[in-house]
Design a binder for this molecule. Sequence first.
Ligand SMILES: [Fe+2]
Length: 237
Amino acid sequence: MAVDSLRAHLIEELTDLLDAENQLTRALPKMAAASSTTALKQAFQQHLKETRGHIIRLNSALRLLDEEPSRKTCEAMEGLLAEGEEMMKKASEGALRDAVMITAAQKVEHYEMATYGTVRTYAEVLGESGVARLLQATLREEKAADSKLTAIAQRSVNKRAAEEWRTRKSADGNESGVVERSAEWMGRLVGSASRRFAGTTKRAAESIGVAQDRAARRAAGRKRTTKRGRSARKHRR
Ligand SMILES: [Fe+2]
């Protein structure tokens, strides 16, 4: 459909939103299942119900405009959800993954809020007050869902995710501390062993020297005795 008027643009945006909401109904159950915080799980489940209502409202709005819903892929929502899923896979289970899902969900909510606010205003200026009312009702729910996510993040998830990080950091610190202390102890052990070995070697060398001196002195003594014996025998002849 060619976009040659504000009305045509409004219809195109509503069709885009319809696909965005349908994509979201497939993503929200996965997000609820992956949540470790009860309040977050409930928020995703509640927003899934609301999202089904948003689809009903969008179909009603298109009917009021005498338009049949056509197929269109919302590439922005596709990208936001793909990015969110990728981030979820990389995060470890627990408060960190909850925080990551809140990040992704709030990006989605803000995209929807921007679009619903815009199309509501187009409907108003085009004199489509019934359509504007439907879109305003959805916009209110998107804003409430976003505020709820902010509250959950600020009241519990962010603090728990930061706590998880601090606990892991101090556990890693203790582990490397053990390695350092072991290396220090090994160093001291090797040092004292080598000092003991050097002492033993020195003492052994000294005793060898003393023994060699004694042997040399004994040999010299024997030599002198033999010489004196030979000269005595010579004089007796
Ligand atoms: Fe929605």
